[in-house]
Design a protein around this ligand. Structure first.
Ligand code: SAM
Length: 382
């Protein structure tokens, strides 16, 4: 018979074999924390090949439930801020707003945070509570504070943690708000992404302390950065290897907008294929160049829309007389020109991964740079 312990051990073995889990202490945490307790209301699985993605409910009474819980995948537990697996009677579309993040990523991030027992950690995004439990198991629950913005998620996570005997400090509210998270911590780990570093975070972390967070944006570019706090409102750090993609913190989500209308325009030949933006790092670089733009589409059919000014850039399969893809730009910000400039700088540097970039934060600005502080740089939209 398949047991929870057997599946946990097998997951830990797989993560060790793949190189995702090297630290024996975090391996012990992976083996010790039962993930099913944190998704006991079920989760939602994307149906392959559906556009927009449809989700089906997977419930504890379903055959293969426990095996599904121990796959190294993100288990979505909430859509659109209120729909849970419990509510789904048929496959349904929606935006994922809470989940149990895939174990390999959660464990890698805890390991990368580099904290040891006795250090006080603030986690942003309790979600189901699974990652919180891993932290409690390894570091001791007296050292963990975790914040969740959604009261329903927070209540479920609190119940699951308590049921397993963990008693971290749990806060409910906006983890980007310094008034809520007020305290003194040695490190901060965020399991939701932000568009820029909230200054309130830096005030709560001791000088020399660490912030591990994914910087994301509305174009779907992400980079995991490890920052050292160097003074009041100041920090510096480098982006880390790998691919880390997390849901954007609620206050940093794209504001609502009316449906987009692609008005016709002349079009200008581009030296880059718009399909380049489907690439992991190219998209990140493009996002740095136009940080208030949203990206829709894919392949040669890209649409960039600046949320602040309504500026647009879009492409289709048209090419100019020289065979260059045509990109139409409208509005006050020439989005594609800016993206192209950044892509040229990136190509000239040899197309490095995000780990070739770093960030410097001062009380006045947040700047991502390529190579070193003297290299090409872009301001985050603080
Ligand atoms: C990817 S899930 C977290 C996964 C979680 N750590 C786990 O292992 O289950 C991200 C969570 O961040 C929460 N969140 C989003 N914005 C937040 C904010 N401003 N403050 C606190 N939590 C936030 C979401 O509600 C969601 O539950």
């Amino acid at each position: 018979m398949t047991t929870s312990q057997g599946l946990r051990d097998a997951l830990a073995d797989r993560l060790r074999a793949s190189g995702d889990l090297e630290d024996p202490a975090w391996m012990h945490a992976a083996q010790g924390v039962p993930r099913e307790v944190f998704v006991s209301d079920g989760f939602m699985r994307p149906l392959p090949g559906t556009h927009p993605t449809l989700y089906e409910a997977v419930k504890p009474t379903d055959e293969g439930w426990l095996e599904g819980v121990y796959e190294d995948v993100t288990l979505i537990t909430q859509l659109d801020g209120h729909v849970s697996a419990f509510d789904l009677v048929e496959p349904t579309a929606g935006d994922p707003t809470s989940s149990s993040t895939l174990p390999s990523l959660v464990l890698r991030m805890w390991h990368q945070l580099g904290v040891t027992g006795g250090q006080r950690v603030l986690e942003i995004g309790t979600g189901t509570g699974y990652s919180t439990a891993l932290g409690c198991h390894r570091l001791g629950d007296a050292n963990i504070t975790s914040v969740e913005v959604d009261p329903d998620n927070a209540e479920r996570a609190a119940g699951a943690l308590k049921g397993l005997g963990y008693a971290p400090r749990l806060l409910v509210g906006d983890g980007l708000d310094a008034r809520l998270i007020d305290g003194s911590y040695d490190a901060l780990i965020a399991t939701c992404a932000v568009r820029y570093i909230p200054y309130g975070w830096l005030d709560q972390i001791t000088v020399g302390g660490t912030v591990l967070v994914t910087l994301g944006g509305w174009m779907g570019g992400y980079g995991l950065v490890k920052l050292t706090v160097t003074g009041r409102g100041c920090a510096t750090g480098r982006f880390l290897p790998g691919t880390t993609e997390l849901m954007i913190a609620r206050p940093h989500g794209r504001p609502p907008r009316p449906p987009l209308v692609l008005l016709s325009g002349q079009g200008k030949g581009s030296r880059f294929s718009p399909a380049l933006l489907d690439g992991w790092t190219a998209r990140w670089v493009a996002q740095l160049a136009v940080p208030n733009a949203e990206r829709l589409g894919g392949g040669v059919h890209q649409v960039l829309s600046d949320v602040g000014t309504g500026s647009l850039a879009y492409s289709n399969d048209r090419v100019d007389d020289d065979g260059n893809p045509l990109v139409t730009q409208r509005g006050p910000i020439p989005l594609w020109d800016r993206v192209s400039e950044a892509l040229i700088q990136w190509q000239e540097a040899g197309t490095p991964h995000q780990s070739g970039f770093g960030i410097t934060i001062t009380p006045k600005s947040q700047t991502v740079w390529l190579g070193d502080e003297a290299g090409p740089s872009w301001r985050l939209p603080v």
